[in-house]
Design a protein around this ligand. Structure first.
Ligand code: AVJ
Length: 333
């Protein structure tokens, strides 16, 4: 069901940039339908992409600073230690397409060596990425840049302004882990179609490791990850006009070893009814809303996944202490 409240809530959708009102409504209705579907399911779910409103993006930045959250630091270390080799594998003068660019810091760190011909920063949080890019333009005035506010999880329609030659998709941070392995395969296959035969992929993938390390990384002592997870309910309240009572929910984050993934949930502290225009749902005490999966691969499985998607891993860089892989993969004809 589509309700009229949604038309005021379009900032996170790709329709923002000069689109007529009607298409903004279509995307809001899309967003609402997706949320209703998830919230109405027997096992309630909210897609992890809704974690990233403006505040959520800032909370994620804070997570990256936490001592327990190793991925950002580990990956940055790999990029730093192997910058020369990575730049050599990628080559200069690429069309660098940054998927989930956020504050654009990871790509910017590679600019001096990578010297891309064009930089395209794609992120679902339009305002956040646009601001980051405005700052970056001042530092690298000679690189042609554009920000694209779009949800690339459901499709990758790049405008004609994005150069076709030598596309290098940059997908760091292990965000691939948000997809189930079959979803990851179809996403990577779409990337393969989105780059020409001369295209490539530079991707960071978190690898399976000790449960205690993973549990701490997704349930930190300061409660920043808890705030990040709970913030999704504020975002949903704004998108749907629902009345989730934030203090009535608790963050749950743990490594599900059998499933090979970290899971985040929001657990109802007490029985409650949540309403939204035209509907609602009762939650029992202890009932959970599943908000995120973060798959942790074995290196060989990650390489296999790339191969099944039309990419050949040409180089793999890892960290000696913390399992994490940065992979350069070339499109296979
Ligand atoms: C941005 C999807 C890579 O899965 O580690 C961090 C998001 N969730 N803490 C991850 C996240 C909880 C992050 N990714």
């Amino acid at each position: 069901m589509i309700n009229l409240m949604l038309t005021s809530c379009t900032t996170e959708t790709p329709s923002g940039a000069g689109a007529p009102g009607s298409s903004a409504q279509v995307s809001s209705a899309h967003v609402a339908a997706e949320l209703y579907d998830g919230l109405g399911a027997r096992q309630a779910t909210i897609s992890p992409k809704f974690l990233y409103d403006a505040l959520g993006s800032k909370l994620f930045e804070a997570i990256c600073e936490l001592p327990e959250y190793y991925p950002t630091r580990t990956e940055a270390g790999i990029f730093e230690r192997h910058a020369g080799e990575i730049a050599h594998a990628c080559g200069v003068g690429t069309t660098l397409i940054d998927l989930g660019a956020g504050n654009c810091a990871k790509a910017a760190a590679l600019f001096p060596l990578l010297r891309p011909a064009q930089y395209v920063a794609v992120d679902i949080s339009t305002d956040f990425v646009s601001e980051a890019l405005a700052r970056l333009r001042l530092r690298f005035p000679h690189i042609e840049m554009q920000a694209l506010g779009l949800d690339f999880s459901s499709g990758l329609a790049l405008p004609d302004s994005v150069r076709r030659e030598r596309r290098l998709f940059f997908y760091p941070g292990s965000s691939l882990g948000n997809f189930t392995p079959p979803e990851a395969r179809s996403f990577l296959t779409r990337l393969r179609k989105g780059c020409g035969p001369d295209g490539a992929l530079l991707i960071g993938i978190d690898l399976a490791k000790d449960k205690a390390v993973l549990d701490a990384a997704y349930d930190d002592a300061l409660g920043v990850t808890a705030a990040f997870n709970l913030n999704v309910l504020r975002h949903v309240n704004r998108l749907l006009g629902s009345d989730f009572d934030i203090p009535a929910w608790r963050h749950v984050g743990f490594y599900n070893e059998a499933a090979g993934r970290v899971e985040m949930h929001l657990e109802a502290k007490r029985a409650q009814r949540v309403r939204w225009p035209g509907g609602g749902r009762d939650f029992a005490a202890g009932e959970r809303i599943h908000t995120e999966n973060s798959y942790k691969y074995r290196q060989a499985d990650a390489i296999g996944l790339l191969e099944q998607s039309g990419f050949e891993a040409t180089r793999v860089w890892t960290d000696p202490h913390c399992p994490f892989a940065v992979i350069h993969a070339q499109a296979i004809a």
